[in-house]
Design a protein around this ligand. Sequence first.
Ligand code: SF4
Length: 292
Amino acid sequence: MASPSRRFPPWVRKRLPPEGAMRPVRELLRELGLHTVCQSAHCPNACECFARGTATFLILGSVCSRSCAFCAVTRGLPAPPDPDEPRRVAEAAARLGLSHVVVTSVTRDDLPDGGSGHFAATIAAIRAACTAAVEVLTPDFQGSEPCIRRVLEARPDVFNHNVETVPRLYPRVRPQAAYERSIEVLRLAAEAGEGAATKSGLMVGLGESHDEVLAVMRDLRDAGCQALTVGQYLRPSPEHLPVERFVPPEEFDTYQHEAEALGFAAVAAGPFVRSSYHADALAAGLCLAERS
Ligand code: SF4
């Protein structure tokens, strides 16, 4: 395995949009008291996405009940859900004129329903406020079928749950998660028949092998998963897992082709690809408009 690299290669240096490009979205979020994963997780695409008028809403607070080693979200004891939050997310989506809304959350193992009811309420509120397609990026709900069904019954257009990494690295990267459980969450979503397209994503550069990534892709396809994102892991702070390797763009191109050959309907693979990066464009490949 290559030694951890401290230097960013040229392909992971990002040119930032002009100062102030993010301001209107930031101000609206502040006014409505909302969080975005773009800010909470220090996403490298935040400037670009905000400048495009796109934001991934982080519901159920900004404190997570888990402590994944790659994630910059604050860990601790989360506050109770805010019952007015779904309405405010919907208002923000409408005021920003979004055509594709992504809603994600911290993991709420502390709540009896894992936050699934809040997800469903948020989907319903967005549906009532605008015509945007709705993508949810959910936690694993500890594999609870009723929780997953509750979200699906609210009819999101895309049900996304990230496996994040290869199974061998789970104890180090996602110590409170289980690879098989995440695959089963996606299988259930694909089989539930509620019409949502299913999507997953993983980070590379954490010490996984190419074959291990391919095996994950096969597991996802076997589970009925239709869309895939593959991006470079970037360390959010010195307290988080180090980057083992910066994967060169050509290798991402190989992943892209291999995923397409396995039958994924929509694939985005690249150094800056994140689960919700250009989610609207990826969803276009899933022919959402054909859903009843
Ligand atoms: S569960 Fe999600 S939000 Fe919580 S630490 Fe892990 S990746 Fe971050």
